[in-house]
Design a protein around this ligand. Sequence first.
Ligand code: PLP
Length: 403
Amino acid sequence: MADTGLTSSIITLDEEWGAHNYHPLPVVIAEAEGAWVTDVDGNRFLDFLSGYSALNFGHRHPDLVQAAHDQLDRLTLTSRAFHNDQYGAFCRELAELTGTEMVLTMNTGAEAVESAIKVARKWAYEVKGVEFDSAEIIVAAGNFHGRTTTIVSFSDDPLAHDNYGPFTPGFVTVPFGDAEAVRAAIGPNTAAVLMEPIQGEAGVVVPPEGFWAEVRAACDENDVLMISDEIQAGLARTGELFALDHEEVRADLYTLGKALGGGIIPVSAVVGRSDVLGVLKPGQHGSTFGGYPVACAVGRAVVELLRDGEFQQRSTELGEHLHRRLGELVGHGVAEVRGRGLWAGVDIDPAAKTGREVSMALRDRGVLCKETHHRTLRMAPPLVITREEIDHAVDSLAAALAV
Ligand code: PLP
């Protein structure tokens, strides 16, 4: 391993100098490949969080690294006043993959969500005919869509929300998974329903079966857009391209991020209906780096990886194995396991241990994942993980719970 000159003491520096609130595990990662990371002291860990699903294809997937290198050698950035030869191809290929008509490229997940909100509002005024400045968007309790000012305005997580006001109005919150509440919240000014298909940060919360079909019907009956935030759940994480595909429901707009950049660079997008995204006219929205050549080249390589369904298949098959193995721990320190594909929320029995205690004990056994809301372990291994590695992680969890 390369001599980084760092030692674990950097953790202290990190916490003093880095303005963040993720409350990280005390491990300083210096290198990674596939499903494994190596810390500054040369210890290897199985990565069971996979960059919150930004690393669906594992660390430094060779095709993605190659695409980035090739593009860096050719063209990195142009002014948005010119075309570049990667942009159009990326948009077309992503639209084909997702079965959508139009693509709006941005950089981070939060920007994609912000863009979807802007588009939904503009569509409401210009197409639906909602009274100016009155558009409403229905969101779910327990949501996480990013950390920009408008997005935290409708977060009910005090850590994300508190003391950032004055907040952006125009959002109505209903319980997640309650289709009747969505229907009751729809009024003449409703532009859209914006939700995660499965709530990630909330602890991998899966709504009841039929929820999305009912939301779709309510949206159709009332000329309301349905926006699925697939930034964490999408791109094969749950075994389908979109998590919503499990419900055989189509959204009008999808937000994508994280794995769209392959864990190499930030790439996000809103994809969906052209009559909705098309409300944006030239000059009305954009970003210096949104759709820049390196992003598009890596994004095209990601699309290529997803095209033949291999990763979706891996997530389905290995996910079944993961959930079967985790299910064996219920009643043995685990209260509940939720999720789909290679994605699980594992509620630790509070009578046994805290989530942080289990995360730390897992780290000591060479497996990295992290608790959310104190008692839920979020597991999202890279989709290149093997059955044996899953067994190793679940055996480690059983051992960590037993001490
Ligand atoms: N939407 C969802 C569902 C997410 O899980 C996240 C990040 O975790 C975001 C949006 C925000 O993405 P980013 O951190 O890239 O801004």
